[in-house]
Write a protein that binds this ligand. Structure first.
Ligand code: PLP
Length: 405
């Protein structure tokens, strides 16, 4: 077992940037006041929150008043979907939510919970424009009002980028009362968010995906309140999200986002080369490796392959033993492994999808990580193929299914 950890799971969570850790520490012990207070100490904390809001707004290309600080990406997505439907229903509309089948569970589950409509995606995982248009037409014909359409900017499993401009056109044309939300949680490290915000009404971010801390996120609401708040009580965030601000987390998130934005171009170039080396090496050194989505459709940090003749959970077990962190999604249904909902929606055949492997790179990834990861994967796959039928299954990383976040 190797001691050096090779972390190829940045889409699940990234290490905090040292600058973000440094930025947050004065607010953990020194300026610990509640920013809602009226004394000078509280005002100092409030100023830090306001300055962070300005920094986040600058990266999103929106007004600071359009930023709502939340507790995580899941909360931002829930607020967008649940808040839009609740707001429309309280106005007397027979309202529903619509989303594509490859969304993260943070969107998919609230949409389904509220009796919404889930539409097809294409083979890359992008929303099918005709299916979306049909769903909006059908809702209108049935006298139902679509309150929100939620379409992710970058898929968390396979890394596919969706162009939101044409999606926005479809929504404006066929469901003019709907708001368009995008889960941009996986986009912040790779795409210029200023180019996305003009096409959407709502946008969700999560700090721990770009070098900030866990437990803090953003919902951008373009043009002022578009949804009902999810958490009510103390009236913080101009009544949009109650609860005492996580001042240190907000300050660190703003620092991490500003750095990510400043380094995006050079990091994209660096990590595209490393990702290509990783995936190219796998394809070259192993038979039966299929790239799930072609690289030109994907963000730089994403590598997703399906490997014939191995099961993901056995592979993850061996990689874990070799100190390589990677992931794959599957669910245990009636004792049998089922592939992830994303791969199923994309039409990836079940046998192929059971050998899925997600490798995701980020700001801390080095060329050594890639070389070591590549060798470990080649070794593990070779071992599994030699011992086919005797693979380890009862592992922490394995049953009852592995989740991709
Ligand atoms: N949306 C996407 C696309 C994600 O990848 C994640 C990560 O798990 C989330 C939402 C949820 O974010 P959080 O972990 O901050 O709740």
């Amino acid at each position: 077992m190797s001691d050096r950890l090779v972390y190829l799971d940045h889409a699940a969570s990234t290490p905090m940037r040292p600058e973000a850790v440094e930025a947050m520490s004065p607010f953990l012990t020194g300026t610990y006041a509640n920013p809602s207070g009226s004394h000078r100490f509280a005002r100092r904390a409030r100023r830090a929150v306001d300055e962070s809001r300005d920094r986040v707004a600058a990266v999103l290309g929106c007004h600071p008043n359009e930023i709502v600080f939340t507790g995580c990406g899941t909360e931002s997505d829930n607020m967008a979907v649940v808040g839009a439907v609740t707001r429309a229903r309280s106005a007397g509309r027979d309202a529903i939510a619509v989303c594509p089948a490859a969304e993260h569970h943070a969107v998919l589950e609230p949409v389904e919970h509220l009796g919404g409509v889930v539409v097809d995606v294409d083979r890359t995982g992008r929303v099918d424009h005709d299916a979306l248009a049909d769903a909006l037409d059908t809702a209108a014909a049935a006298g139902r009002s679509v309150a929100v359409v939620s379409v992710m900017a970058v898929n968390n499993e396979v890394g596919t980028v969706t162009d939101l401009a044409p999606v926005g056109d479809i929504v404006r044309r066929l469901a003019p009362d709907a708001v368009l939300h995008t889960d941009a949680v996986q986009a912040a490290s790779w795409l210029d968010l200023r180019e996305i915000t003009p096409h959407v009404d709502l946008l969700a971010l999560s700090a721990h995906k770009f070098g900030g801390p866990k437990g803090v996120g953003v919902l951008m609401e373009r043009g002022g309140p578009r949804v009902d708040p999810l958490i009510i009580g103390g009236g913080q965030e101009r009544e949009r999200r109650s609860g005492t601000h996580n001042v240190a987390g907000i300050v660190a998130m703003a620092e991490a986002l500003a750095l990510t934005d400043a380094e995006r171009e050079s990091e994209t170039e660096r990590l595209t080369a490393l990702r290509n080396r990783l995936v190219g090496g796998l394809v070259q050194r192993l038979d039966g490796v299929t790239e799930t989505v072609r690289r030109e459709h994907k963000v730089a940090g994403s590598a997703h392959v399906c490997i014939d003749g191995v099961e993901s959970e056995a592979l993850l077990f061996l990689l874990d033993e070799a100190s390589v962190c990677a992931s794959a999604a599957s669910a245990c249904a009636s004792g049998a492994m089922e592939p992830s909902h994303v791969l199923a929606a994309m039409g990836v055949p079940r046998e192929r999808a059971l050998g899925a492997l997600r490798l995701s790179l980020g700001h801390a990834t080095t060329a050594d990580d890639v070389e070591q990861g590549l060798s470990a994967i080649v070794d593990a796959v070779t071992r599994l193929r030699l011992n086919w039928g005797q693979t380890p299954v009862d592992t922490e990383a394995g049953r009852p299914g592995t989740k991709v976040t």
